[in-house]
Design a binder for this molecule. Structure first.
Ligand code: ZN
Length: 480
């Protein structure tokens, strides 16, 4: 996921989302963990028939699979601001036209570009050892030819923060914190803090570089890419993630004797690189100005193919909207697809979308950016008066194996700015037990997507989006 000020906060919200923490001012009107659940609002006979039709059509359709397969095959990895990301936007416009959506457009913006041209590290001395690393997004280059310094290891960020400057100055800081594997991805929120925070904290104490144990759960000898802290905190320390095996090795070496590491990063950094959001709609039949927002992001890191992050999300939200587009009677409100650009290096697409569209009435938003595992839970973030309709949606998702969640949904990074502007959100929570084995690695490839699970995602998104778009419920709290 993401890195800079906005991104880091959102990442924590999206994955850790402690109920009640960091909520907007209207939080007092949001019921958390309502007990007992409210009675479900009634649905019309037509809505019930339509939901049944959407569920079975989604489970029988391979459209989402064809979309993600085509994106991976035709475009592949698509680093934010790169020529490949521009090709992905063109691909998306062509694909959305083919599916006959309305109001298809690219909304351009510019971003600070970053790419690693070189990323090498090794332990130096009498018994040198190679190490596998990935430079962190936003990391500056080391001095030409690299830098060399003694390593100081910390078990977590708190230990670095507590350390005296004298223990850190002139050294390479190594944060050796592990990530917990969880179904809902909540281990990520805790583990990712070091990716954004190491450089600014270490730099303030006089360090020369940061190494972190990769933010991931796999045993493979590769490192996980991810953004660090370039713009948000003014840090300019070269930073990289170590593969799990190399983090283990470095920890053993440091425990035995003073250990020096040579680190060489060459980064291509430019201002004002082109990026953009791709938008398409299914126009509502009665209230076309009212928007149900379905988001995913088009960019990816570039060691893998960007299949689960976030080609899957692009395919899920598009295929769900397409099923609704093909209904004999469209829902009352507009369904808008947002395929955001430049999420990975700073959630620039989500910010650009909010700048352009925050004043339009957004009824509810959802984002698919957690791979392609089956959806197992629906969480809402609705005003209390709207909880009966949330309950009705949950009941219609039950045949897909989706259980009711609480009313403390986090949304996602790309819709985070809209959520902060007052848009209600839901989380269609995916099973993410293995997501961080692949996330931001060379293993983020098409074969990691299970077509049946992908279709179940489409079914859940289609049912949810149809039911909110065909209602006249308002999910926000009334103005105080
Ligand atoms: Zn993502």
């Amino acid at each position: 996921m993401r890195c800079f000020a906005l991104g880091l906060g959102l990442a924590v919200l999206a994955f850790a989302a402690p109920a009640g923490a960091q909520q907007p001012p209207s939080a007092t009107s949001v019921a958390v963990n309502p007990q007992p659940p409210p009675a479900a609002a009634p649905l019309s006979a037509e809505q019930l028939r339509t939901v049944e039709r959407l569920r079975s059509a989604a489970l029988e359709s391979d459209l989402a699979w064809r979309i993600v397969e085509d994106l991976i095959t035709e475009v592949g990895p698509r680093l934010a601001g790169s020529e490949a990301e521009a090709r992905a936007r063109d691909w998306a416009v062509g694909m959305l036209r083919e599916q006959r959506f309305s109001n298809i457009r690219i909304e351009p913006f510019t971003i600070p570009y970053w790419d690693a041209l070189r990323e090498d590290a090794h332990i130096v001395g009498a018994t040198p050892q190679p190490m596998v690393i990935a430079a962190l997004g936003g990391s500056p280059s080391t001095p030409r030819g690299g830098l060399e310094a003694e390593v100081v290891r910390f078990p977590d960020m708190a230990a670095l923060e507590a350390a005296p400057d004298s223990a850190v100055a002139g050294r390479i800081v190594f944060i050796d914190e592990r990530m917990q594997r969880t179904q809902d991805g909540s281990g990520y929120g805790a583990a990712v803090a070091k990716r954004g925070r190491c450089a600014p904290v270490a730099q303030a104490k006089g360090a020369v570089a940061c190494l972190i144990r990769s933010v991931g759960t796999d045993p493979h000898r590769f490192a996980h890419q991810g953004g660090s802290s370039r713009q948000s905190q003014g840090a300019s320390l070269p930073s990289a993630a170590l593969s799990p095996a190399d983090a283990d090795q470095l920890a053993r070496r440091v425990a035995r004797a003073p250990t020096r590491v040579h680190l060489n990063i060459e980064a291509d950094m430019r201002e004002d690189a082109p990026s953009g959001n791709v938008i398409a709609e299914v126009r509502g039949r009665e209230r076309p100005d009212e928007i149900v927002l379905l988001a995913a992001h088009l960019d990816s890191w570039d060691m893998g193919q960007g299949a689960i992050d976030d080609g899957a999300g692009v395919a899920i939200v598009t295929a769900a909207a397409k099923l609704i587009r093909d209904l004999p009677r469209r829902p009352r409100r507009t369904i808008r697809i947002l395929l955001a650009g430049a999420e990975e290096n700073g959630v620039h697409g989500g910010a650009a979308y909010a700048r352009e569209h925050a004043d339009e009435p957004h009824i509810v938003g959802a984002e698919s950016d957690f791979g392609a595992g089956r959806i197992w839970r629906l969480r809402t973030r609705f005003a209390e008066h709207a909880l009966p309709y949330g309950r009705a949606i949950q009941q219609q998702l039950a045949p897909l194996g989706v259980i009711p969640g609480d009313n403390a949904a986090g949304g996602g990074a790309d819709i985070g700015a809209m959520r902060q502007a007052g848009m209600p959100v839901v989380d269609l929570s995916q099973d993410g037990l293995d997501y961080f084995d692949y996330h931001h690695t060379p293993d983020d490839t098409l074969d990691k997507i299970d077509p049946a699970a992908l279709a179940q995602n489409v079914a859940a998104y289609a049912v949810f989006a149809y039911l909110v778009a065909d209602s006249d419920w308002v999910f926000t709290a009334p103005a105080q």
